[in-house]
Design a protein around this ligand. Structure first.
Ligand SMILES: Cc1ncc(COP(=O)(O)O)c(C=O)c1O
Length: 382
């Protein structure tokens, strides 16, 4: 049967994720994988889970297994509101921040609308924006007296330890971005799933705190609790969250209730912050190790970012190296990365790659980087 005529016009704009394709093709545990954005499983509170689960069942009983409010359970919204310094009516629980990105696109964009993005930027956001047939346009490099492109609705930005670059916007850059948004009357979607994973330096104000009237802030439990729960939150003006609320009704009625109560108890007991402190220690060590190994093994002319937090660093290779073309060879040799060009809407910058330092087992990091460096060295000597 030919199904073509049944599909909506949107389907043609769906973009497959090369990162997810990699996961389908290979068993990542069998190689040195710097590809995915997975947390280290050692940060998951496995040992605490039986007690946490029992506590949720005892305290909330059948409520934990019932449908819940579309905005999220009140207990978790209250805790998050307190952490974010806002009132509970400014908090919406999401079924992860990927859903938050998608819901923002869904309530704000018509086909042909434009969104300013950093380049490179998160592939999952590019997938959502494409799916709603929006056009992404690079955020101007200098925002001082820049104009937004016609038809621009909002800026999608990852100010803290971006995926894929690992870079963080400085305070002057944040202020310039907020000025630009105010001058050009744009909303801001601030995607910040890594904000709590800071390994050095002092936290900078969120864009939301600088421009609360025009920012939808997206937080996530994926990197500070466990991604399998698919839980996140959104903070924004109640007028905008009202539309998110309607959209969520159609999407999934409510976020996962049992998971929300687990997060509530984990947060309220202080266990989340204790676990987070251990994760930060672990990841700081892994980041330092990866930077040391890159310095030791990479040939002349290779540059990389030094992330103050998050899970990634971004590598720039000499122009003649094509990381898309190198990929299969690297995989057969036993090392995986994500080509940096996948994070550019136009597929440019083929001499870049994203490396994740959180997931790889400690004993595999050195062989992996040594292998990658030798593949690059071979290409350079051709
Ligand atoms: C910048 C960014 N936003 C959103 C997400 C999605 O995270 P979640 O698990 O909360 O959906 C990721 C995941 O890697 C990400 O890197």
């Amino acid at each position: 049967m030919d199904y073509a005529r049944f599909f909506s016009d949107d389907v043609a704009s769906f973009l497959p994720s090369p990162v997810r394709e990699i996961f389908r093709k290979v068993d990542l545990s069998a190689i040195c994988s710097f590809a995915g954005g997975y947390p280290d499983a050692a940060t998951f509170p496995l040992r605490e889970m039986p007690e946490l689960t029992a506590r949720v069942l005892e305290k909330y009983g059948s409520r934990a297994l019932q449908y819940g409010a579309t905005q999220g359970v009140p207990e978790l919204r209250a805790l998050l509101a307190e952490r974010e310094g806002v009132s509970p009516d400014e908090v919406q629980i999401t079924t992860s921040s990927q859903q938050g990105i998608d819901v923002c696109a869904r309530i704000l964009l018509n086909p042909g609308d434009r969104v300013h993005v950093q380049e490179p930027t998160y592939l999952g956001a590019l997938q959502s924006l494409r799916a709603y047939r929006a056009e992404t346009v690079a955020l101007p490099a200098s925002l001082g007296d820049a104009r937004a492109v016609p038809g621009a609705k909002y800026i999608y930005v990852i100010p803290d330890f971006s995926n894929p670059s690992g870079e963080t916007l400085s305070l002057p850059e944040r202020e310039a971005l907020v000025d630009f948004a105010r001058r050009e009357d744009l909303l801001i979607v601030e995607d910040s799933p890594y904000r709590a994973l800071r390994y050095e330096g002092t936290p900078l104000p969120t864009l939301r705190s600088l421009a609360p009237e025009r920012t939808l802030y997206l937080g996530s439990f994926s990197k500070i609790f466990a991604p399998g729960f698919r839980l996140g939150w959104m903070v924004g003006p109640p007028e905008l969250l009202g539309k998110v609320y309607l959209c969520k009704q159609a999407l999934d009625l409510c976020p996962p209730v049992f998971d929300q109560y687990l997060a509530t108890e984990f947060l309220a007991s202080g266990a989340l912050d204790r676990n987070l402190a251990r994760s930060v220690e672990l990841y700081r060590g892994k980041r330092d190790r990866m930077c040391d190994l890159l310095a030791r093994y990479m040939p002349e002319g290779v540059r990389w970012t030094h992330p103050e937090g998050g899970l990634f660093l971004f590598v720039r290779l000499p122009e003649q190296i094509d990381t898309v073309a190198l990929y299969d060879e690297a995989l057969s040799a036993g090392v995986a990365y994500v080509a940096g060009s996948f994070f550019y809407p136009d597929g440019s910058h083929r001499n870049t790659m994203r490396l994740n330092f959180s997931f790889v087992a400690p004993e595999k990091m050195e062989p992996g980087i040594r292998l990658l460096a030798s593949l690059i060295r071979n290409k350079l000597s051709l």
